[in-house]
Design a protein around this ligand. Structure first.
Ligand SMILES: [Zn+2]
Length: 251
């Protein structure tokens, strides 16, 4: 199985997995034109679409793709039900696609029904984890997003994380503002700058790397806490996580 990264809209990544029989799966098609171009170029037949959550920049390409490939089977969480989804899936569901096993994980936070698809060693986590950062969430879902991060950190450390956006440069600049003396993050920033200057992607990332460069995986770090200047009523780890997200929003 191979994978193609398609840049779409402003910052989105759409992922296409294909096998040696030229059959493919598309994840989070926020638009159809860019996907159809690749399918044509590589002569791929679309067999399935996987949706992580119901935001327009992740689902808007579905109906046009279905017109070209009407036999495509669509998998998504309950919140995506109005996108011609055939299989509404949730935490723990397993299915086989192109001879590969996929397992569904619930990652609430960015949206309440957000899910991820895992086919070892690949994790398609939509807008949950970004390299050096995390997806947007509202106050009511802060604890759930924190718990989704905890869930993801327990995946094998060589897991490849395929996020839905390229936000790494901004994220890593924020990470440095929180941990200005962390040499690993400084080195990572230099690498990210070079990649982006050459219009190259910084995604997929790995659990191993994110545990080192992503401040949202390091809420317990004493320097992160110091940089946040926390008030005394912040006791829980998820509250620190939320304070970090609020600080990032202002960055
Ligand atoms: Zn989204």
């Amino acid at each position: 199985m191979n994978i193609i990264r398609v840049s779409a809209l402003n910052t989105n990544y759409i992922w296409i997995l294909y096998n040696y029989s030229n059959e493919c799966i598309v994840i989070d098609p926020g638009e159809a034109v860019a996907v159809l171009k690749i399918l044509k170029r590589f002569q791929l037949v679309l067999r399935a679409i996987l949706l992580t959550h119901n935001h327009p920049d992740h689902v808007n390409g579905v109906s046009a793709l279905m017109q070209y490939f009407p036999k495509t089977i669509i998998y998504g969480p309950l919140e995506t039900k109005n996108n011609s989804v055939h299989f509404l899936v949730s935490e723990g569901d397993d299915f086989l696609l192109l001879q590969k096993k996929f397992r569904v994980f619930h990652f609430p936070g960015h949206t309440l029904g957000h899910i991820g698809f895992y086919s070892a060693p690949w994790l398609f986590c939509g807008d949950t984890v970004f390299s050096a950062g995390c997806g947007m969430f509202c106050a009511e879902l802060a604890q759930k997003m924190y718990e989704s991060f905890v869930k993801i950190r327990h995946f094998p450390c060589n897991t490849l994380i395929f996020s839905g956006h390229e936000y790494t440069l901004l994220n890593v600049n924020f990470a440095i503002s929180m941990l200005p003396h962390d040499q690993f993050i400084i080195n990572y920033r230099n690498r990210v700058i070079k990649l982006r200057e050459n219009n190259k992607a910084t995604v997929p990332t790995t659990i191993d790397l994110e545990l080192k460069v992503n401040p949202f995986f390091r809420c317990n770090n004493i320097d992160v806490k110091r940089s946040l200047n926390l008030s005394s009523d912040i006791k829980e780890k998820w509250q620190v996580f939320y304070e970090l997200r609020k600080k990032k929003d202002l960055f």
